[in-house]
Design a protein around this ligand. Structure first.
Ligand SMILES: C[S@@+](CC[C@H](N)C(=O)[O-])C[C@H]1O[C@@H](n2cnc3c(N)ncnc32)[C@H](O)[C@@H]1O
Length: 269
């Protein structure tokens, strides 16, 4: 059994904390210094329940932020390339990997334009898009999805998780009601030019990458539910998800496509 990533390099840890503070971040915050622990307890279970074997696979962590999911994948034996459009985040992510002793296992890259990825066609077996697609500007989202498709090998998997679902009346990240149902074109008129966050529609996720199958359907939603169980979600929530899965699977839909945060695994045909 793989053991949880541990901070093994104290000097690198101190450099990470100092750099985080210089960015105005609190290194002790869950979404900074403890983000790896969070993803170990969450996204790890999705990867483990979807794949028989992760060791030796090549993965792209798209939108790596401070490196949390990249570090989890590397701990599972995956060779990871992790990219982000934010140069400071990539620097912090590198320092994060160093404190876990995983610098050799992850290549971090700052990529300014993710509609053109600096990779060969079919270079990766896996792509992780963890809480990122909703941040990609809507007018380039499909171009970015097609570019991800270009670099993924046939039969490869795309893991989508934590993506704000635009079918819900409340946008999960901002907590704003109804904004998901309004066109961004109205922001200037209704919200004094604020650039408001919106989710992504499930059909954009299902069809935007190209020719993909919803891999969660193969297990009748059981892999998704098993991952949720491993994450330790409350029993009553699990029961609701199970009941929803039973009904939705009659229509060929998986439950992770209709929850407020989209979670689905796609397989390239
Ligand atoms: C919530 S964080 C992702 C967390 C990360 N995937 C993880 O699991 O540890 C969202 C990230 O998306 C990045 N991002 C936003 N727009 C992007 C784009 N067009 N291409 C790639 N990354 C982008 C942001 O810079 C930010 O770091």
């Amino acid at each position: 059994m793989t053991t949880k990533p541990q901070i093994v390099d104290q000097q690198a840890h101190e450099t990470f904390c100092a750099f985080a503070r210089s960015m105005g971040l609190n290194p002790d915050d869950l979404w900074v210094g403890r983000y790896v622990d969070y993803e170990w307890d969450h996204s790890r279970h999705v990867f483990e329940h979807a794949c028989d074997s992760l060791a030796g696979q090549y993965a792209l962590e798209f939108g790596c932020n401070y490196g949390a999911t990249a570090i989890v994948l590397a701990t599972l034996g995956v060779t990871v390339t992790a990219i982000d459009i934010n140069e400071q985040y990539v620097k912090l992510a590198k320092l994060n990997a160093a404190r876990y002793g995983l610098s050799e296992k992850i290549t971090f890259l700052h990529v300014t334009d993710t509609t053109q990825l600096p990779f060969e066609p079919a270079q990766f077996h896996l792509v992780s898009c963890n809480s990122v697609l909703e941040y990609v500007p809507a007018d380039i989202l499909q171009k970015v999805q097609r570019e991800i498709d270009r670099v993924l090998a046939k039969n490869g998997l795309i893991f989508i998780a934590g993506t704000s679902n635009r079918i819900w009346p409340k946008e999960v990240h901002s907590g704003k009601w109804w904004v998901n149902y309004l066109s961004p074109g109205l922001d200037n008129l209704l919200f004094a030019g604020q650039n408001l966050e919106r989710g992504v529609f499930p059909w954009q996720i299902l069809h935007g990458f190209g020719d993909y199958q919803n891999a969660d359907l193969n297990s009748g939603g059981k892999a998704y539910l098993a991952a949720k169980t491993s994450m330790g979600i409350a029993r009553n929530r699990l029961q609701i998800l199970r009941a929803a899965n039973r009904v939705l699977s009659l229509f060929g839909v998986t439950v992770g496509l209709v929850t407020p945060s989209i979670s689905v695994t796609l397989r390239k045909v």
